[in-house]
Design a protein. Structure first.
Length: 78
């Protein structure tokens, strides 16, 4: 199946590095104005769903990162 986004793995890596469950991440995102479900976030992390700009902004706010950083091919790259 073709990837539906380019940042799914980065989102999962950031979430897991902060010891956030997917449920907690969804709760944080929804508190910032998104309407996302656990299944939808899981699908994003698995590259099976497109990600909306408002979701990208919320994720960047949660992790205090830039959009450029989120969209990096490899988060360990400098």
């Amino acid at each position: 199946m073709k990837k539906q986004n380019i940042c799914g793995e980065n989102i999962r890596t950031l979430r897991e590095n902060q010891n956030l469950t997917i449920e907690k991440m969804v709760s944080l995102m929804n508190s910032l104005g998104t309407k996302i479900t656990v299944q939808e976030l899981s699908d994003i992390e698995e590259y099976n769903r497109k990600i909306y700009d408002i979701e990208i902004v919320c994720i960047c706010k949660i992790f205090n990162i830039t959009v450029d950083y989120l969209l990096k091919k490899d988060l360990t790259a400098k």
